[in-house]
Design a protein around this ligand. Structure first.
Ligand code: ATP
Length: 262
């Protein structure tokens, strides 16, 4: 069951010159909820994430993290957010553990606390035996795991992920999504992750469809199909957005394994 609101977005608008990238976006993410922000290229997903991470301000509207206004109380609000960006942001020449220590230093954690949290995170993400290796030698899937581990070291309540499975093979995609679901369950983390992949969005607790800067739908996959009167999420998405087709992706079962759905 989803808990308190950890992220509230209301009336957010953003233009680049004459291009309206976001046109009045309202969205709430609750503790213990995985929300997929589904939209085709150019929908405004990256723009929204850049606003949520404080990289730039919206023209209109408001963002609150655990009730803290991102504009007026940026440091407190941002400390509640963990981020995995679309482009990898690890230093390839540093070891895994030094990349993690860099993050804890940035967040002002003392070294004793940092070392303990890093030890737990390395165990948690099966990276303990890789900790002294330079990131350059790790596979794409392991690099993503390091980024995920890093994003959680300051114990955020909401995790933002921008197309986190981009460039991963099907097995690594599945592992990453499984990790996210486990985190949701273990920590009551709220997760907002952007994707243009329909099969990936289907595995979320809630799907939010963003198209040309507007939110067209927010609800479960069943509610989406009921609203569109279609029997697949793909057909529903096409019907809702008026698009004729959407890129076919590798067919891979990304859904929660039956035995894990407690
Ligand atoms: P993608 O997955 O392709 O990145 P997206 O859903 O993340 O797509 P955005 O990158 O947020 O969408 O782009 C939304 C709209 O804003 C698009 O029309 C895009 O061309 C435009 N846009 C994005 N960044 C800029 C920029 N820096 N300057 C001008 N226009 C921009």
């Amino acid at each position: 069951m989803a808990g308190e609101a950890v992220l509230s977005i209301s009336g957010v608008e953003k233009s680049y010159g004459r291009i309206k990238a976001l046109r009045g976006v309202d969205l709430t993410v609750h503790a213990g909820e995985v929300v997929a922000l589904l939209g085709p290229n150019g929908a405004g997903k990256s723009t929204l994430l850049q606003i949520l991470t404080g990289l730039f301000s919206p023209d209109e509207g408001k963002v609150e993290v655990l009730g803290h206004d991102l504009r007026r109380n940026a440091i407190v609000a941002l400390s509640g957010i963990g981020v995995v960006f679309q482009q990898p942001t690890l230093d390839l020449e540093l070891t895994v553990v030094h990349n993690l220590l860099f993050h804890t230093d940035l967040h002002g954690l003392d070294r004793k606390t940092a070392r303990e949290r890093i030890r737990i995170a390395l165990d948690r993400f099966h990276l303990a035996d890789r900790q002294k290796e330079r990131v350059r030698v790790l596979s794409g899937g392991n690099r993503r795991r390091v980024e995920l581990a890093r994003s959680l070291l300051h114990e955020p309540r909401i995790l933002l992920m921008d197309e986190p499975t981009a460039g991963l093979d099907p097995a690594s995609r599945r592992d990453l999504l499984e990790d996210i679901r486990r985190l949701r369950n273990e920590r009551q983390l709220g997760v907002l992750w952007t994707t243009h992949l329909i099969d990936e969005a289907e595995s979320a607790d809630r799907i939010v469809v963003l198209h040309r800067g507007l939110i067209l739908f927010s609800g479960t996959r069943e509610e989406l199909m009921a609203k569109a009167g279609k029997d697949s999420v793909r057909e529903s998405f096409l019907s809702l957005t008026g698009m004729e087709s959407v890129g076919e992706e590798e067919t891979v079962n990304l859904h929660e394994p039956a035995e894990a759905s407690a």
